[in-house]
Design a protein around this ligand. Structure first.
Ligand code: ADP
Length: 420
């Protein structure tokens, strides 16, 4: 039997490049799908970002072609590599190399980059004569691939190809991609149930065009159909509820394994949790926090974003300074939140460390030594940090929203909030 072919299209994927949870998912879900059986042929395609890590990999230039943007040719180069048996394609071209960050501070640059990338990912499949049965795209960045497959149904190569669109975060819709979409030949759609602005944006177009919409947790699949979390698209999503499902993300336990994690001073498993004390002492020494074995070490490892409730945590902690606790905060993002974190550390230097950077190794050390991970998210489509924390023996303290509801069980009852 011919294997089922899945083209997995994403803006980031670990270990090539990771900014947040999408990188974790795109770096592990293709393997999990592959492991379902030999009758699946899964291939991953990501942009060849300037920050892509390629040490130790052999990259082969696979094909070159051009896309048309307002009648002008934009060259694309496709590189191929194989990581632990997974075929991976990296797409380069001026819209990708011209942008230094995975998510550019200039949203117009992102609009150009991701429209180019999404369409190039499809053109690549055609050039390689590798016709996918399913195109699986993720969030607004790769949404144009979903819309384009629908538009190309008259083309024998794309006819009958199905699409899955995963919504990792409905809050980001790619409004600044509007012009790029039109320039690359993707006109606004006409759908009376969608607000007019959404018909011009990649998120709205993919929700309309996709055969299946998968939110990254069952609770989030429900929430996006309400005004509070639907960002104006809730009516459309309600009308489309038959094609909306929620599947909770997961983490790869072989990549996140405290018994074998080289970043840890002391490795451990569930039978040797006492070892964590060494990691905690090590972290306290590293960040000049007073050693207080009896005080819980709180942690936050997060993008500094309104969504994540960093401000809620910082303000709340100021109200309980009479209690005994310490905090280590690791994150980057919103400048005002970064300043607020630095200010909190300046006010309480021996109990708070604010580390304003992206640091994968340090994140592992924090998961492997903290007592409590704070996730006061205003909304959380799925969240992976709480899953990693649980794997590493740090208890998540979270707001009962989205995927946090679906993955954190009350330790006294073992019951998920959603089951209660
Ligand atoms: P989101 O995808 O919304 O950013 P998730 O909880 O799903 O949130 O995933 C966040 C991922 O990014 C986790 O793997 C977390 O450990 C990692 N992460 C976030 N900020 C940092 C940072 N500053 N340094 C290292 N890892 C980080």
């Amino acid at each position: 039997m011919k294997p089922l072919r899945i083209l997995f299209v994403a803006s980031e994927a670990d270990p090539f490049v990771k900014v947040g949870g999408l990188g974790d998912v795109a770096g592990s879900l293709p393997y999990a799908l592959q492991a379902l059986g030999a009758d699946l042929d899964v291939r991953l395609v990501i942009p060849f970002h300037a920050s892509t890590r390629t040490e130790g990999l052999t990259l082969v230039r696979e094909t070159v072609f051009t896309l048309l943007r307002d009648g002008r040719e934009v060259p694309a180069q496709v590189f191929y590599t194989d990581v632990k048996g997974l075929p991976v394609y990296l797409i380069s071209g001026a819209p990708v190399t011209g942008s230094l960050k995975v998510y550019d501070p200039n949203p117009l640059a992102d609009g150009e980059k991701y429209t180019f990338f999404s369409l190039a990912a499809l053109e690549m499949a055609r050039r390689l004569d590798w016709r996918p049965d399913i195109v699986h795209a993720n969030d607004w960045h790769t949404a144009a691939a979903i819309y384009q497959v629908r538009r190309m149904q008259h083309d024998p190569f794309w006819k009958g190809v199905k699409t899955v669109f995963s919504v990792h975060n409905l809050g980001y819709m790619g409004p600044e991609a509007e012009n790029a979409l039109v320039s690359y030949g993707l006109p606004p759609i006409h759908e009376p149930l969608l607000p007019e602005w959404a018909c011009r944006q990649p998120m709205g177009q993919a929700l309309w065009a996709a055969d299946e919409i998968v939110a990254v947790s069952p609770s989030y699949a429900e929430e996006i159909q309400t005004p509070e979390y639907g960002y104006g698209l809730e009516k459309y999503l309600q009308a489309q509820r038959a094609k909306v499902t929620g599947i909770v993300n997961g983490i790869d336990y072989s990549l996140w394994d405290p018994a074998r994690d080289k970043a840890l001073e002391a490795t451990f498993d569930s039978t040797s949790l006492a070892e964590r004390a060494k990691n905690k002492a090590n972290l306290q020494a590293q960040f000049a926090l007073t050693e207080m074995p009896e005080a819980p070490l709180l942690a936050m490892i997060t993008r500094f974003d309104f969504q994540k409730g960093v401000d809620i945590a910082l303000n709340s902690l100021r109200m309980v300074t009479d209690l005994s606790w310490q905090l280590i905060l690791l994150g980057t993002g919103n400048a005002a939140l970064e300043d607020a974190a630095r200010k909190l550390e300046a006010d309480f230097p021996h109990r708070i460390a604010s580390v304003i950077r992206f640091d994968a190794r340090l994140s592992r050390q924090i998961y492997g030594s903290s007592d409590i991970l704070l996730m006061p998210s205003r909304y959380e489509p799925c969240g992976l940090a709480q899953m990693i924390a649980m794997r590493y023996g740090s208890v998540p303290l979270a707001r009962a929203t989205g995927g946090l509801r679906d993955t954190i069980a009350d330790s006294r009852t073992g019951v998920l909030v959603t089951d209660a």
